[in-house]
Ligand binder design. Structure first.
Ligand code: TRP
Length: 364
């Protein structure tokens, strides 16, 4: 069985360090392991439009931001095919047939979709049909490339589950033509959801609590210095809490033992620092300066690479165009296969044409 990896993002904003620890970092590791037959990353602009129909300009602007973020974290277009969903119209065609095998009530049971509908405050009457059905179109994104390994965060599990169901129903109806995908979750559970710098559950642009991959050095430092810690830890000598302390959550995601020798040699490692913080005697400025050093070290090369690509925007569009072409050629082949299984490849179906000729020929 071929190993085909596919994942994607909606281009609704610049990517932040939550995206980085939750998925981008893993993608680069996967890419460099080389243990796959193909690796696709989709910029899901059409999916983003399903609830941004009045704001396509936002998607248009953020397409390049997301592409810059990918390239700057080290995703290599020679190893990974980066493509733009809207430029592969076969995905719409495939979606159209999948729409016929999923019921409305099944869609409405999708927990991630339910959550999103609540967040966006759609009433039943104002939900765009395209938004409600985006999990079906995502199933097309995945199956069109025979992808069987889908690196995602936990929130995408219902989408993968629904994709598998679509595969089974479709294969039962028309014969074995779709490959069932499986999710690949991040190993380190602290990285599943990085909180915002204010300690709120999630980084989000609207809460203004993100550290972006494209933030400059001084912006990162000022964001770290205002980070939420333990509100009861007032004096350096007070005992401090680790749980819910955003600085420690970030250190869990980014810090390695060798950082201590370099930046904070009075402690052996993160556990040692945590123990002292809990006992009292470690101030918040100390842990924030450590985190700042650790983040700067990780993000500086990303920012450097970004600067290079920012000066070569035409090259970035070229990478996207070539990736989309490549994806489209694969998708075209898949559609030929799918339509053949469905029996709607009329003009290549010599058997069909011959029997029709015979049927009518008899009467001549
Ligand atoms: N729905 C995903 C998200 O919101 C993005 C996405 C689009 C995706 N197409 C995909 C993820 C295909 C995995 C596979 O993050």
């Amino acid at each position: 069985m071929k190993k085909i990896i596919l994942t994607g993002d909606r281009p609704t904003g610049k990517l932040h360090i939550g995206h980085y620890v939750g998925s981008l970092r893993n993608r680069v590791i996967l890419q460099n392991k080389g243990d796959y037959d193909a690796f696709f990353i989709e910029i899901a602009d059409a999916q983003a439009i399903t609830d941004n129909s009045h704001n396509v300009e936002k998607i248009r602007q953020n397409l390049i931001e997301v592409a810059l973020d990918y390239l700057s974290v080290g995703i290599d277009p020679n190893k990974v095919t980066i493509f733009v969903q809207s430029q592969v119209p076969e995905l719409c065609e495939l979606t159209f047939y999948y729409l016929d095998i999923v019921s409305l009530s099944r869609l409405e049971r999708n927990p991630t979709l339910k959550e999103e509908l609540k967040m966006r405050d759609f009433s039943n009457k104002t939900i765009p049909v395209g938004f409600l059905t985006y999990p079906i179109s995502q199933a097309a994104d995945i199956t069109c490339f025979d992808a069987n390994i889908i690196p995602v965060g936990e929130d995408q599990l219902p989408m993968i589950e629904q994709t598998r169901e679509i595969c089974r129903t479709f294969n039962n109806l028309y014969g074995n033509v779709l490959v069932e995908p499986k999710e690949l979750l991040p190993e380190n559970s602290c990285c599943n959801r990085l909180p915002g710098i204010d300690g709120k559950a999630k980084m989000s642009k609207s809460l203004n609590n993100c550290i972006y991959l494209s933030d400059d050095e001084s912006t990162i430092k000022s964001k770290v210095m205002m980070m939420f810690t333990d509100p009861t830890h007032l004096k350096v000598s007070d005992p401090g809490k680790i749980e819910g302390n955003t600085v420690f959550t970030y250190l869990d995601a980014f810090c390695k033992d060798e950082h201590f020798a370099k930046y904070l040699p009075e402690f052996a490692n993160l556990d040692d620092l945590k123990n002292h913080y809990k006992m009292g005697g470690v101030g918040d400025v100390k842990i924030k300066l450590l985190l700042n050093n650790v983040l700067q070290e990780e993000l500086a090369p990303i920012r450097e690479r970004r600067k290079y690509y920012e000066k070569h925007i035409d090259l970035v569009y070229k990478i996207l165009a070539e990736g989309s072409d490549k994806a489209r050629n694969i998708a075209k082949e898949k559609l030929i296969q799918v339509k053949k299984h469905m029996g709607i490849n009329y003009f290549e179906d010599e058997e069909l044409i011959r029997t029709q000729i015979e049927k009518y020929g008899k009467n001549i």
